[in-house]
Design a protein around this ligand. Structure first.
Ligand code: HEM
Length: 246
């Protein structure tokens, strides 16, 4: 018996031959996919794995965003921005994994789809959690501006002075952009696989996905750019008007 043999023996409670399997609960996790006999098509493994992985990652992102909401309320902007960054990095994966599903060809997808019942992404717990936390983060942010008697334009104009709040604003914008990108790439996926002129498994026309893409959490953060550009154009406009008057 070597001196390190005892380290191979699991010490954690639970099922699994090693502590790795026990901690990650790989027995349960890897039993959550259909087995070979249940598959309606071999591509169904990819379809399930991508979906399940997306749900897990969205759950993780929403968890971090709830922490962010509390940090913003406590005016701890550095940590709020740090966890927003993490959450945004997590969300990059569900977005990029949508492209994996583009490798399923439409005829094969319909074999898989036949087994989905009324299952629809509209009931995605992960995406619903993100839709729930999004506006609450916006409220927490606005509350801070209100307390400090600042406008959105103030923190952009005086961004060095209000570095923390400005960083939070930019990371919120990143989050909003990721939600938009998820919806955009998901719409393209649906158009490629089932077509843009049909209805989904819950009776929602694919066209509705297009409309939902227009939704933004933080319109004021996007709109402030228009105001900044309009202000930047003002001196040039004034000069032209003065020339015209001469
Ligand atoms: C072959 C792949 C896919 C197709 C053809 C597809 C199709 C659709 C369709 C047609 C809808 C409209 C609602 C309905 O079902 O009636 C929808 C909604 C949705 N799906 Fe998918 N989907 C696919 C993959 C995914 C994946 C991998 C996710 C990741 C979790 C996902 C998440 C969602 C979400 C969150 C919605 C609601 C969207 C919103 O609120 O804007 N879908 N999907």
């Amino acid at each position: 018996m070597s001196s390190s043999d005892h380290l191979r023996k699991p010490v954690l409670p639970g099922k699994g031959a090693s502590d790795y399997e026990r901690y990650l609960r790989t027995d349960e996790l890897l039993a959550l996919q259909k087995n070979a006999e249940e598959l309606l098509h071999k591509d169904e493994v990819t379809f399930q794995v991508v979906h399940q992985a997306s749900e897990l990652l969205m759950k993780g992102a929403a968890f971090e965003l709830e922490r962010v909401r509390i940090l913003i309320a406590e005016a701890d902007y550095a940590n709020a921005a740090r966890l927003l960054r993490r959450s945004n990095q997590i969300l990059d994966y569900p977005i990029s994994m949508l492209h994996v599903l583009e490798t399923i060809t439409p005829y094969d997808y319909h074999l898989i789809r036949a087994g989905l019942g009324h299952g629809s992404g509209l009931d995605s717990p992960g995406f619903l959690a993100l839709l729930h936390i999004g506006p609450r983060l916006g409220e927490a942010f606005q509350e801070q501006l209100h307390k400090k008697k600042l406008s959105v334009d103030d923190i952009y104009r005086r961004h060095e002075e209000f570095f923390g709040l400005h960083d939070v604003a930019e990371r919120l914008l990143d989050f909003d952009e990721r939600m938009h990108l998820f919806r955009f790439h998901h719409l393209k996926l649906a158009q490629r696989i089932i077509g843009g002129g049909v209805v989904g498994t819950m009776g929602t026309p694919v066209e509705v996905l297009h409309q939902r893409m227009e939704h933004l959490f933080y319109k004021e953060l996007w709109d402030v750019r228009n105001q900044i550009t309009a202000n930047a154009n003002l001196p040039a406009q004034n000069q032209t008007e003065q020339k015209r008057k001469r």
